[in-house]
Design a protein around this ligand. Structure first.
Ligand code: AMP
Ligand code: GLY
Length: 425
């Protein structure tokens, strides 16, 4: 069968790699893809902001299955549009994707459905914000309602900085477009865990848990990024915690969405804070995480296409997903300057040598091909991913591979997995 993947990052490279290993798949097309994806799939150009263009492409390609990577096409309604053309597509409808595309909707949904999350207020005007913010203690978290590619969350040290942040969001000065709603949240402390599961609208099946490293700097310092590295082990969650999260968070989310008439089919990504009170939801994403997916898929032993098919057909209840024991990690190599401005077009060397290290897969996030040369084309450039019997072995392999890779201005964090390593010793 032929599979179409929409997207162009490391997540989509990992998806293309995993889909290609499925015994049923004969052809993988990725739109628009990148320089690394072009080594495992046929890449065709498309604008991920243009719903009609994506539908035209799918109609021309006639894939047996389409997998949607990023949030933007989901929020535009690509799943509804392809289903209207009788095509099989994996991902949530536009309404269901509101769990990610509107933080205000997500918070109110959690409250209605008694899902643990930070206390909050959703404000539709500056006057309302001023009234509500008086009831929160600093630090105060201020969030844009809509999609903001990781830039819409501001942790404010005082009420005054929170007011300033809200003014910036309502006016459009901060994100470029004016927000209709701004969310105030209580600041939560603890370790973050990315808990992803597949959902068929009724049942959920957890993927291997992962921990992301969102800040640019070592020791979790500096500005937030899309994610600088991730690791996955079964011991991220203590005994019984997976069942607790399923019972109190993932299952009630899927049940609530179904009861409200917007069943959620796709990847439900619960961004959790493991607080002293227990796990609380920081955010939902309606898609595979990036770079979580790179590490998670390296541990997946089940056939990914079979699992996604089971979601679309509403028979996930009968499937169990198999995971390799041990650990996996993904260390992101970024361009100098990221998450601020950066230059692109630098040649990348050492990819071949890196890929020969046992257990290593180098997934490309922001690369393109110029002649026979792979060059940088984004802020996050590569996700050097490795599996191992232990976290230490997976990290050693990933960093050994990273040592082979060079491009001008390469930056990566050397402390991925530091929290887990500190706990062990
Ligand atoms: P989000 O996009 O909502 O996941 O927020 C991005 C990052 O901001 C999260 O991964 C957390 O590190 C941080 N964050 C978001 N909400 C809170 C909160 N209520 N308390 C503390 N940190 C938060
Ligand atoms: N790694 C965080 C995200 O995919 O949003």
């Amino acid at each position: 069968m032929k599979v179409l993947i929409l997207g162009s990052g490391g997540r989509e490279h990992a998806l293309a790699w995993a889909v290609k290993r499925s015994r049923r798949v004969t052809e993988v097309v990725c739109a628009p893809g990148n320089g690394g994806i072009a080594q495992v799939a046929r890449c065709v150009p498309v604008d991920l902001k243009d719903l009609d263009a994506m539908v035209r492409l799918a109609e021309a390609e006639q894939p047996a299955l389409t997998i949607v990577g990023p949030e933007l096409p989901l929020s535009l309604g690509i799943v509804d549009a392809l289903q209207a053309c009788n095509m099989r597509v994996f991902g949530p409808s536009r309404e269901a994707a509101r769990l990610e595309s509107s933080k205000g909707f997500a918070k109110q949904f959690m409250k209605r459905n008694k899902i643990p999350t930070a206390s909050y207020a959703v404000c539709t005007s500056m006057a309302e914000f001023e009234r509500e913010v008086a009831t929160f203690h600093a630090p105060i978290v201020v969030k844009a309602d809509g999609l903001a590619a990781g830039k819409g969350v501001l942790i404010c040290e005082s009420r005054n900085t929170a007011l300033e942040a809200a003014r910036g969001l309502f006016s459009g000065a901060l994100l470029g477009s004016a927000e209709q709603q701004v969310v105030i949240e209580e600041f939560l402390e603890g370790d973050e865990v990315s808990f992803l599961c597949l959902s068929d609208g009724k049942n959920v099946a957890p993927l291997a848990p992962a921990q992301d490293h969102k800040r640019i700097g070592e020791g979790d310092t500096g500005p937030n990024t899309g994610g600088m590295g991730v690791y996955s082990t079964d011991t991220i969650l203590e005994h019984g915690m997976t069942e607790w999260i399923l019972h109190h968070i993932a299952e009630p989310t899927v049940r609530g969405m179904a009861e409200e008439g917007t069943p959620f089919v796709g990847v439900l990504y619960c961004g959790l804070m493991m607080t002293a009170r227990g796990p609380e939801v920081l955010e939902y994403n309606a898609r595979f995480g990036d770079p979580e997916t790179q590490a998670i898929l390296l541990r997946m032993e089940s056939d990914l296409v079979d699992a996604l098919d089971a979601c679309i057909d509403g028979r996930l209840g009968q499937s169990t997903l198999r995971w390799s024991p041990g650990a996996s990690v993904c260390v992101v190599a970024s361009s100098s300057g990221y998450p601020g401005s950066y230059k692109t077009g630098f040649p990348i060397s050492g990819l071949g040598t890196a890929a020969q290290i046992p257990g290593v897969q180098v997934f490309h996030s922001g690369t393109s091909r110029v002649g026979s040369q792979i060059v940088t084309s984004g802020g996050r450039v590569l996700g050097v991913t490795a599996a191992g019997d232990s976290l230490r072995q997976a990290l050693d392999r990933a960093y050994q591979a990273m040592g082979e890779i060079q491009f001008e201005g390469i930056y990566f964090r050397r402390d991925i997995g530091h929290r887990a390593l500190a706990k062990k010793s």
